[in-house]
Design a protein around this ligand. Structure first.
Ligand code: GDP
Ligand code: IMO
Ligand code: MG
Length: 428
């Protein structure tokens, strides 16, 4: 495979950053294709932890071309900070990606406050309002942002609309001069990276480069196929890569679904396999299950294979990367959800209505746990028999091969079971 997609199969935080960084060692290009700084992707390199919100997870690798594609919504303040911190050698930002402004964040927070019990629990990064403005055709593309005259003209239009909304909501107006002053400075700092990334990606494809397309969030947070309305505002599936990057669908060779060995969710919305007991506490503490972006404790559930099959069907997965297997060491028994029961009837699919989803009961398969430490193992043969059987059950219930599994946060605690890339191309 030369062009592969890495996506989350659950509700985010599956370890996409870790798997992308691992694959980046043999890749030429890593491209983030949607979302914004609602994402928090962690990479641990020789014990040092790095959190990325916007930069692609190839950023820690000097030889990589990092691309931020048109499907992203970019907060320039976060981006400038990350560029200063990580100093990526090669960075390209799509001229069609949209810009997040302070009013997007303010409206995100305001709308959540009005929802009361129907609150989504967003990351409050302005993601929903920024994508809404894109769809309403009043957003601002990077191409406009970095051209001073065009920026001033479009900001004027946006602020006329946004300040009208603000006054209706009883919010203070947004000050144009302050935005021009701070965001004008960000635009100058970002300018040199902004380009037509669709053309560049197509060029890299035609010159045989190895490319990883890195998704943010997870399949169940997809605007179309997720647990709406408890979702994000973009499509974090492999199916959205062509639109979100400007390449043809048939140029993608495969999609790896990153899957935690259990399930977590941060924010509101259904989580049918949720557990809230001593075991949940043990998993949360051992797996450091607290949000990378907001620090919120993540909700914990057993592994749910109905969710993974849904991700496979709606996003076209061709293999899995199972992460955080080490966190399950010492828990016996373990459970895996194999099907749902809705109003007494077995169902294979995820209900579209949230009311139905909230009534779903899970059917659990009981599995034997293991006690042996696995965080230093180097091959599949070294795994305890019950850990192997846990992985085999995932393969059987999802119909997907486990290509990679991970037994600790560090880059070297990753085992590639089925080779994904040939060595890096030397065509550069
Ligand atoms: P992402 O948003 O999908 O990139 O995932 P996050 O970085 O938000 O959350 C995954 C967390 O699990 C991070 O703290 C990672 O360092 C950690 N992690 C990833 N893989 C493993 C693993 O195999 N074992 C353990 N113990 N931690 C892992
Ligand atoms: P990564 O890429 C986990 C969740 C939020 C909320 C919902 C909508 O690190 O896996 P938004 O701010 O996008 O409007 O919030 O989606 N959410 C995530 N949960 N990981 C993420 O990203 C998430 N990005 C958004 O908690 O429930
Ligand atoms: Mg995360």
């Amino acid at each position: 495979m030369k062009r592969i997609v890495v996506v989350g199969t659950q509700w985010g935080d599956e370890g996409k950053g870790k798997i992308t960084d691992y694959l980046a060692q043999k890749a030429d290009v890593v491209c983030r294709f949607q979302g914004g700084d609602n994402a928090g992707h962690t990479i641990v390199l020789d014990g040092d932890k790095h959190s990325l919100h916007l930069l692609p997870s190839g950023a820690l690798n000097d030889n990589i071309i990092n691309v931020m594609a048109n499907g992203m919504v970019i907060n320039p303040e976060t981006l400038v900070h990350e560029i200063e911190t990580f100093k990526p050698k090669h960075l390209l930002i799509s001229d069609r990606a949209h810009v997040i402004f302070p009013f997007h964040r303010a409206f995100d927070i305001h709308a959540e406050a009005l929802k009361e019990s129907a609150l989504i629990g967003t990351t409050q990064r302005g993601i929903g309002p920024a994508y809404a403005d894109k769809a309403s055709r009043i957003g601002m593309r990077m191409a406009t942002f970095v051209q001073r005259d065009a920026f001033l003209k479009q900001l004027d239009v946006m602020l006329r609309i946004k300040n009208d909304e603000a006054s209706r909501y009883g919010l203070d107006p947004f000050d144009k001069e302050t935005i021009i002053e701070t965001y004008g400075r960000y635009a100058e700092q970002i300018k040199t990276y902004v380009t037509d990334t669709s053309s560049r990606l197509n060029h890299y494809i035609h010159t045989g480069k190895n490319i990883v397309f890195e998704g943010a969030q997870g399949s169940l947070l997809c605007l179309d196929h997720g647990t709406y309305p408890y979702v994000t505002s973009s499509s974090p599936t492999a199916a959205s890569v062509p639109l979100n990057t400007g390449i043809a669908p048939w140029l993608i060779d495969g999609a790896i679904g990153v899957t935690k060995a259990y399930t977590t969710r941060v924010g509101q919305g259904p989580l049918p396999s949720e557990i809230d007991d001593v075991i949940a506490h043990q998993i949360r503490e051992k797996g450091h299950e607290y949000g990378t972006t907001t620090g919120r404790p993540r909700r914990i559930g057993w592994l749910d294979t109905v969710v993974i099959r849904h991700a496979k069907q709606t996003g076209g997965l061709t293999g899995l990367a199972v992460t955080l297997l080490d966190v399950l060491t010492g828990i016996d028994p373990l459970y895996i959800v194999d099907k749902y029961i809705l109003d007494g009837v077995e169902t294979e699919s995820i209900p579209a209505s949230i009311e139905d989803f909230n009534r779903v009961n899970v059917h659990l398969l009981k599995m034997k746990g293991w006690t042996e430490k696995i965080s230093d193992i180097k091959s599949y043969d070294d795994l305890p028999i019950h850990a192997k059987s846990y992985l085999q059950t995932i393969e059987r219930l999802t119909g997907l091969p486990i290509m990679i599994y991970s037994v600790g946060p560090d880059r070297h605690q990753t085992i590639e079971r089925i080779p994904i890339f040939l060595p890096r191309s030397d065509l550069r």
